[in-house]
Ligand binder design. Structure first.
Ligand code: SAH
Length: 353
């Protein structure tokens, strides 16, 4: 059975499917899900992420973490965690960049939160030589300082969409029409969890909400508030957006989100306001554009340094990678960095307070 047939049968039997269920099924179905069955990254895959563009991304993020660790008195041991590590490239680059920071690698207990068995296998290979623990979620994290990175993790978490109708909300769902998957709207209902959004929206506005954020951010913030540490969250999105941002990418092209379930990546813009609110036991930085963040932390010096060893096509690729990560018209502005850190302590280097 294909994933499309599976989803259609589920809708035929039980009625329209919420978008969060659709996303989870498409991305993480145990045998037919997008992430569970493949390595989607890079030129041969469907999309490319910052750590796959250049080693400099992971190096700079790693050094930001290590500097914050030093600024907080080099607590030992500590958890070095990454959410949704993809191929493990970012963590490998970060660890290599930090190997000369005295005591850092020895004190780090590396934990990777990854849902896909296929990607866990690749991460194990990429990080050979390091002791790595896998976790399904953050609940099991030890009570100790937490230094955490999440790049393009939150955009993969399942969202629900609601259209404002008076003081109620009509949920957008996936149904069947003439045998094809199609979007529809459920009847209007009160949604107590969305009461605060009644002040910031008008009739006809569409909003997105992600229930998975709260438990994740609450746990991260609790560890950092109690024991110290920092969370560096990098993603595309903004501060409480309105409108439909569900998108599917296949072979580096946008495709209709209902067109090829399980064969395209599905993401939505991240609402950083929801992240900050769920992590309110910590202070948070302002949203800082990725390009500004990387420049402040010295990516250009690093790029120049690496360039001295390169010629020809390799040099051109390297220069293009630097441009792609930092330029405002490429990833520099679209992607934002937000840090979570203990109340009363200084934010990590690179972010706007
Ligand atoms: N950070 C990586 C990969 C981003 S893609 C990079 O920048 O290259 C999203 C990652 O999150 C993948 O590794 C995917 O398998 C993982 N993921 C998606 N949903 C998840 C969930 N609910 N729990 C844990 N990992 C998840």
């Amino acid at each position: 059975m294909t994933l499309t047939a599976h989803i259609k049968a589920r809708i035929a039997a039980q009625g329209p499917m919420r978008i969060d269920e659709y996303m989870t099924t498409c991305l993480l179905h145990p045998t037919m899900g997008y992430y569970t069955t493949r390595d989607p990254f890079g030129a041969a895959g469907d999309f490319i992420t910052a750590p796959e563009i250049s080693q400099m991304f992971g190096e700079v993020l790693g050094l930001c973490i290590a500097q914050t660790w030093l600024d907080q008195g080099a607590p030992t041991p500590f958890t070095l965690a990454e959410l949704g590590p993809g191929r493990g490239t970012l963590m490998a680059d970060a660890l290599r960049a930090c190997r000369n920071v005295p005591g850092f690698i020895e004190a780090a207990e590396i934990t990777l939160v990854e849902a896909s068995p296929t990607l866990r296998a690749i991460q194990t290979e990429t990080l050979a030589g390091h002791r790595v623990t896998f976790a399904d979620d953050l609940e099991a994290l030890p009570e100790q300082p937490l230094f955490l990175i999440a790049n393009e993790f939150f955009d993969a978490l399942p969202i629900r969409q609601f259209l404002r109708d008076g003081s109620g909300w009509r949920e957008r769902q996936v149904g069947l029409h003439d045998g094809s998957l199609t979007f529809g709207l459920a009847p209007a209902q009160a949604q107590p969890a969305l009461t605060a959004r009644l002040d910031t929206t008008q009739d006809g506005d569409l909003i997105e909400s992600c229930a998975a954020i709260a438990p994740v951010m609450d746990t991260i913030a609790a560890r950092i508030a109690a024991h110290g540490g920092v969370a560096l969250i990098v993603d595309y999105g903004g501060w409480q957006h309105t409108g439909d941002t569900l998108q599917a990418l296949r072979d580096h092209q946008k495709v209709p989100p209902l067109g090829t379930p399980g064969d395209a990546d599905l993401t939505a813009h991240v609402d950083f306001a929801a992240l900050a609110q769920a992590g309110a036991s910590c202070a948070h930085s302002a949203l800082t554009p990725q390009g500004v963040f990387l420049e402040r932390l010295g990516i250009t010096q690093r790029a120049q340094n690496l360039a001295t060893k390169l010629t020809g096509a390799a040099l051109e690729t390297h220069i293009a990678a630097h441009h792609r990560l930092t330029h405002p018209e490429e990833m520099g502005n679209l992607f934002k960095v937000m840090a979570l850190y203990p109340q009363g302590s200084a934010p990590p280097p690179g972010v706007d307070p």
